[in-house]
Design a protein around this ligand. Structure first.
Ligand code: ADP
Ligand code: MG
Ligand code: ZN
Length: 478
């Protein structure tokens, strides 16, 4: 299928993201659908039982607001929720609470590198909150329902039809993910379905000034799949237009094995969702003071932070490792005390923390290591209170069990002796024990100094700061 015509591609992306709250969107059930056995996070609100009353989770609104602000959206002061009614096996309530008429945020943008190499601001049409549905589990020849996911707070982010290729769509989704993770809004673990992207694709003859008929490609497993699906659709739709036909508006899936899209559902049977205002939730007002306070709490933007790191001289390999490990937000929090430490912290993250990530197979955000204890551990190393080995032991403890750096260092008996008196006493003791060596040294056999140094370090049970011990020893020998 090579196109005869000269067509322009248009893509709009719809993304669903789970918000990293402790509780669900409208009830206190835990928001940890995959960490619990099925149907353990299930209350009358999750099930939509008659008489159950939903209550808006303020933390979910705060995270969605934070996302809307980070994406430069206009924030609606008064928002409300609607019921979206449809029948589907995973929707035990028979409706989903969503936002339709008045989303939380509108008209934002996100900058990507466009196909022409220049910065492109992708227009975001809307950002709204809603709840997730139950999960269908197909196993043992049966379909079962897990309610744990029902009511998990979601945010949907919809772009204008302004992306021009699979590459741009992939870049948009990756960048969006990075920004949401950086700002602590969602963990966006794709394999857990915490972020799901759908692409709408159409092509039209260049210069026609109109958009073609689109297909919507559902739930790709990864952003690279989304790109492949879009590129396949470009070719498929071009084949239809070349042959004088018209593509059908339909929903398609991506078959990664055969590298092609396939029809899932035609838009003719598109749902009428009969949206109506959620009768159990009154409209909410986002107090402008609160919105502004949240805006003020936003960190430096993701792009600016990357720029800062490059400006501080951090190399591209380190930056690549940090972004691949979703560690920029962690680094920023750790470095908050001062820019001068940031490069040091970054290098320690890449060298020592990521090696723990690799050896344990546990991502940074699933470890117990927190930014400030990490910073403190690096400071202890810098202050000479930990040597390299002690530092790595402390990190390992913090990574596996959490806690504070100093406490971990003390518990492991790793704090280095910096008391000059104690060091001098140890040196004097050793020198008196190795008088023959000292005599050799004084006749010019400087090489024995290392043997004496080793004895002193052993005397100090390796907790001496090697540099300081060396200096004091040399002074004692001269
Ligand atoms: P729906 O209600 O079916 O979800 P929307 O109008 O909300 O449709 O659009 C959904 C997504 O599809 C948006 O990201 C939008 O930018 C994109 N889109 C709309 N029309 C087209 C088109 N002709 N080609 C490509 N994308 C489109
Ligand atoms: Mg849609
Ligand atoms: Zn519940």
């Amino acid at each position: 299928m090579t196109a005869k015509g000269d067509y322009l591609t248009t893509v709009g992306v719809e993304v669903h993201v789970e918000l990293a709250t402790a509780a669900k969107m409208f009830c206190p059930c835990p928001n940890s659908p995959q960490d619990l056995p099925p149907n353990r996070a299930a209350c009358p609100v999750c099930l939509g039982l008659p008489g159950a009353l939903p209550v808006i989770n303020r933390e979910a609104v705060r995270l969605a607001l934070r996302a809307a602000l980070a994406l430069h959206c206009r924030i609606n002061e008064v928002i409300w929720f609607e019921r979206k009614n449809y029948i589907y096996p995973d929707l035990v309530k028979g409706y989903q609470i969503s936002q339709y008429v008045r989303p939380l945020g509108e008209w934002g943008w996100l900058a990507i590198a466009g196909d022409d190499g220049r910065e492109k601001r992708v227009a975001i049409r809307r950002l709204h909150m809603e709840e997730d549905t139950c999960k269908l589990v197909h196993a043992g020849g049966a379909a079962r329902i897990d309610v744990n996911r029902s009511g998990v707070p979601l945010m949907e982010i919809v772009t204008e039809p302004v992306l021009s290729s699979g590459r741009e769509a992939e870049e948009y989704a990756r960048k969006l993910r990075a920004i949401l993770v950086y700002n602590g809004i969602s963990r966006c673990r794709l394999q857990r379905g915490e972020m799901r992207a759908e692409a709408n694709v159409s092509i039209a003859p260049r210069g026609s000034g109109e958009l073609g008929i689109r297909t919507e490609i559902k739930n790709q497993a990864g952003f690279n799949h989304m790109r492949s699906a879009i590129e396949y659709e470009e070719r498929r739709q071009a084949g239809i237009l070349d042959g004088g036909g018209v593509p059908r508006q339909e929903t398609r899936g991506w078959d990664d094995v055969n590298q092609r899209t396939f029809v899932q559902r035609s838009k003719e049977d598109a749902h009428d969702y009969r949206y109506f205002p959620e009768p159990d939730l009154p409209p909410a007002r986002l107090a402008p003071d609160w919105v502004e306070a949240e805006r003020a709490k936003l960190p430096v933007s993701y792009d600016d932070y990357l720029g800062e790191l490059r400006g501080l001289g951090l190399g591209e390999a380190d930056i690549e490792a940090l972004t691949r490990n979703d560690a920029l937000g962690f680094l920023r929090l750790a470095g908050e005390g001062g820019a001068s430490k940031t490069v040091l912290l970054a290098k320690r993250l890449v060298k020592d923390v990521f090696s723990l990530v690799n050896s344990t197979g546990r991502p940074l955000d699933e470890s117990k290591l927190e930014p400030l204890p990490f910073r403190r551990a690096v400071e202890l190393l810098e202050e000479g209170k930990l040597n390299g080995e002690g530092f790595r032991k402390v990190l390992e403890t913090l990574f596996n069990a959490g806690g504070e750096a100093e406490a971990a260092a003390r518990a492991g008996d790793l704090i280095i002796e910096r008391d000059d008196d104690a060091l001098e006493k140890a040196i004097a003791k050793v020198l008196s024990e190795v008088q023959p060596l000292v005599a050799e040294y004084r006749t010019g056999k400087k090489a024995v100094r290392n043997a004496i140094f080793g004895r002193v370090m052993r005397e100090l049970k390796k907790k001496g700061d090697p540099r300081l011990v060396g200096e004091l020893l040399d002074r004692a020998l001269e």
